[in-house]
Each structure stands twice: as C-alpha cells, then as structure tokens.
Design a protein around this ligand. Structure first.
Ligand SMILES: CC1=C(CCC(=O)O)c2cc3nc(cc4[nH]c(cc5[nH]c(cc1n2)c(C)c5CCC(=O)O)c(CCC(=O)O)c4C)C(CCC(=O)O)=C3C
Ligand SMILES: [Fe+2]
Length: 370
C-alpha cells in the first residue's frame, strides 16, 4: 500500500453533474427542470425532447457518471486516498439536495465539489454554485448543521484532461481515409452560450472563449508534433438554444462544415473539447446532426472521444483534490496546467460569471455560507 495521501481538511468529494432522463417518461419533467425560468422557446424544447426520444428517452450522461464514480473510487483506493465519493445532479436523480443531505447525515463537514464542466461560464460554473446554495438553504430549513462546500478549480487545461483528448484526435485522424488525412481540419467544438454570458465569464470577462482557445491550441500543437503535419484548426459552437433574437457564440458547427466543404477542405475531425463525456449534445448534435450534414456535403468527418472515465482523468481529479487540500492547509502545492493561461483560481471571486439576476451562490468568495 502506498502512504496515505493527505487530504485534510476535506472529508468527502461530491461529483456534481447535470443529470439526464433515464426513460421516455422522464424526458418532459427533466426538460422542465432544466429550463425553469430560463425563457427557452416551446419549439426548442419540443425539438430537444425529440433528440432524447430518438435514444429511447435515455441520456447517456448518468451511466457515464456512474462509470466515472467507479474509476475515481478505484484510483483513490489504489493511491491510498481515503475519501468517500458521492454523486448528485442539478436536474435529475440522484438530486444534489438529496445527496448533500445524505452527506451531512454521514457526518461530512468539509466537502470538495467536482463539477462535470471544465470551463468558466454562468452555465458551467456559477449555476452549479447557485444550485449548491439552494441545496444548502434547504438543509438549513430542515435544521441540519451545514457542511462547508468548496469547488475544485477549472480543469480544462489539466494534463489529465487534455492528454486523453489528444490521443482521441490522433485515433480519429487514423480513421480518416489516408488520402484526406493530411489536409483534415481540426474542428474544436463546444456548447454555444449567449454572447453576453461569454463576455462576462470568469473573473475579468471573456474567460469561456479564451480557455477554449488556449486548450485548442495546446491540442493542435501536440497533434502537429505527433503527426508532423500542421493542420488548420478552428473553434466553433454547437447546441445553440434560447430565443433567436439573442446573439449566441458562432459559427455553428454545421455552418462551419458547410464553409469548410465550400472552401475545398478534404476532411475534418470534430473535437468536442467543451464536454466531459459523450452527452446527448455529442450523440445528437455531433454524431447525428453534424454527421448527416457532412454526409450531405460529401465531407469525410470523424468525431473524437471526450475524456469520459479515462483513468488519466481520474488521476487528474486525485491530483486536484490533493493540491486543493494542501492549499487549504496553507501550503504551496504544485499546480499542473498546460497552455498559456496557467492554473485557474481555487475560489471564484465576487461577480465571477454573473447570471442575469443575482442569486446566492455557494463555494465562492461571495458565498453567504461559511
Ligand atoms: C455551457 C453549457 C454546458 C457545458 C457545461 C456543463 O456540462 O454544464 C452545458 C451542458 C449540458 N446541457 C445539457 C442539456 C441541456 N442544456 C440546455 C440548455 C442550455 N445549456 C446551456 C449551456 C451549457 N449546457 C445554455 C446556456 C442553455 C440555455 C438555457 C439556460 O440558459 O439554462 C437544455 C434545454 C434545451 C435546450 O435549449 O437545449 C438541455 C436539455 C446537458 C445534459 C445532456 C444529456 O442529457 O446528456 C449537459 C451536460
Ligand atoms: Fe446545456
């Protein structure tokens, strides 16, 4: 057995995710949970519902989180990290509030949160923190003694998140017919968000796009070094929602594939860097819709793997937990990060990634909780 890793003062890790339906009857209530108060047009909801029905009403996200849990527990055990791992979601069972209640009843007092979202933005960071605040408020009303909750730093540029993606791109290139492989574009894709949200993301604004561009460059550079071919790359967006008159980040992946085809590009690899696992956005928006578009264009396109439950990602989480614990004890841990931006902040500062209307958010400098 290796020496036990020191994770004091923490006594539990909480995997915090989006959640997804597990059968056809779950789809509508799930979508209602996701969009409550968010002004999503009815037609968009019906359309997204169809994406889920196409896959039997089952989102792949829950099984992927179960797999990630198993890999995290395995990695922790193998490295002498004695830290229980729990799982709770924003929008579907197991619900965050229920998991947090169970953690308190199990006596957990210092909880570290791993969100399945790697970048800064309202949707990808503060909204999860607001959900944590809501859950804590409920437990407070129930008369429970509240635990302290901290969130791990953004991990988009952690080597354990990036390396598996690089390997995935290399594997995808190998899948392309040899005669188009050299000229293939690397098309990095992420969730579109409202431009206004992108502009205010992170402590100083603009973090969402800057972080994606930084990691895309790291991956493109690594692929160039590995293959000896300098391929063009672009960052594009997918899964746009919201009202049509509100600007969201562009170009859309399908429009971009069209433009590539018109400009004579021979092939493309779609690299979903914005997603931690093969969510519905990956299975539908990329593997179904974008692939159909590419087929129509006669453009050879492959989609590379998300990090999912790769053991290197589990190892990265362990490192991040150990790092944060050391920082909490006042030590100066080594902080791994690739690219130019460096390691992200541990604690989101006041006004980081603001929402449209101010609401209490936990696990940040402006948390109303200790
Ligand atoms: C940045 C971002 C991530 C990545 C970070 C992260 O992972 O958190 C993400 C992830 C996800 N989004 C997901 C699902 C949905 N997102 C929606 C709506 C929205 N997403 C937004 C942004 C993001 N979303 C935004 C700005 C909206 C508009 C409404 C609003 O402002 O809140 C809607 C409503 C219908 C629609 O309009 O599409 C659904 C169903 C699922 C589950 C998929 C599955 O089941 O496998 C996952 C992982
Ligand atoms: Fe979303």
């Amino acid at each position: 057995m290796p020496d036990a890793l020191d994770v004091r003062p923490y006594d539990a890790l909480l995997l915090l995710s989006f959640g997804g339906p597990e059968g056809p009857d779950d789809v509508v209530p799930f979508l209602e949970n996701v969009t409550r108060g968010r002004g999503i047009p009815r037609e968009r909801l019906e359309e997204v519902g169809q994406h889920y029905y196409l896959f039997g009403g089952v989102s792949p996200i829950n099984d992927q989180n179960r797999e990630l849990l198993a890999v995290l527990r395995e990695d922790f055990a193998a490295h002498g990290l004695d830290l229980p791992v729990y799982w709770g979601n924003r929008n579907w069972a197991p619900y965050l509030t229920d998991t947090l209640r169970e953690m308190v009843r199990d006596g957990r007092r210092r909880i570290l949160v791993l969100a399945t979202s790697a970048y800064a933005s309202y949707s990808g960071c503060r909204q999860y923190r607001e959900n944590l605040a809501d859950a804590l408020a409920t437990l407070e009303e129930e008369g429970l003694e509240l635990p302290r909750v901290d969130k791990l730093r953004h991990y988009f540029n952690h080597p354990g998140f990036v390396r598996p993606v690089i390997d995935g791109v290399l594997a995808s290139l190998a899948e392309l017919p040899e005669e188009v492989r050299e000229g293939a574009h690397l098309v990095f894709t992420t969730h579109s968000i409202p431009v206004s949200q992108a502009e205010t993301s992170g402590p100083e604004g603009g973090a969402y796009v800057a972080q994606h561009l930084d990691v895309a460059r790291v991956i493109a550079d690594a692929v160039r070094e590995e293959t000896g071919v300098d391929r063009p790359w672009e960052l594009v967006y997918q899964s746009r929602s919201g009202a049509p008159h509100i600007p969201w980040l562009e170009p859309d992946i399908c429009d971009h594939l069209q433009a590539l085809s018109e400009s004579g590009a021979p092939a493309a690899v779609m690299i979903p860097i914005g997603f931690v696992s093969d969510h519905m956005e990956v299975l539908y928006d990329l593997d179904t819709e974008a692939k159909a578009k590419a087929e129509e264009l006669g453009l050879p396109v492959v989609r590379s793997a998300t990090v999912g439950a790769d053991p290197r990602f589990a190892a990265a989480v362990r490192e991040l937990v150990v790092e944060r614990a050391a920082a909490e004890r006042g030590e100066s841990p080594r902080r791994c990060a690739l690219g130019a931006l460096g390691p992200s902040h541990d604690v989101c500062p006041v006004r980081c990634c603001p929402g449209r209307t101010p609401r209490p958010a936990a696990a940040g400098a402006d948390s109303p909780y200790a």
